[in-house]
Design a binder for this molecule. Structure first.
Ligand code: MN
Length: 134
């Protein structure tokens, strides 16, 4: 079955680029442009993986990730932070918030596809997560 990836991103150009890359690789792309919407789309659709921008118009991507990881039903979904913020400690903040991975902007096609494939191959799917306890 085609993997479904949710991208939470408020920048239309980044959204367009990532959508194009992921679709061309055969993934189904779900989209949200705000953090709270992203959390509710994740709860409704239970995607296989989430790409999370950090700077969003409402809550930050870190807060959205914290909310997702607080839900036993959603916490297994890998969350990859996507951010241009290269300040020292940024990666650590993402991981502390519960992000499983970290991808720097500008998004590079090969880098994106590699990290997505890596996490999808490790993660349980929505259909098999019943026995997953973390
Ligand atoms: Mn943003």
């Amino acid at each position: 079955m085609t993997a479904r990836i949710l991208y939470v991103e408020d920048n239309p150009q980044n959204m367009r680029l990532v959508r194009k890359i992921l679709r061309s690789a055969g993934y189904e792309v779900l989209e949200a442009t705000e953090g709270l919407v992203g959390v509710s789309v994740a709860a409704r659709e239970v995607p296989d993986l989430i790409l999370m921008d950090i700077n969003l118009p409402d809550i930050t991507g870190l807060e959205a990730t914290t909310r997702l990881k607080a839900s036993p039903r959603l916490s297994w979904i890998p969350v990859i932070a996507v951010t241009a913020n290269a300040m020292h400690g940024d990666r650590e903040n993402c991981l502390a918030a519960g992000c499983d991975g970290y991808l720097s902007k500008p998004v590079m096609k090969n880098e994106l596809l590699q990290i997505v494939a890596t996490f999808l191959s490790q993660a349980p799917t929505a259909a098999t997560n019943n026995s997953h306890s973390t």
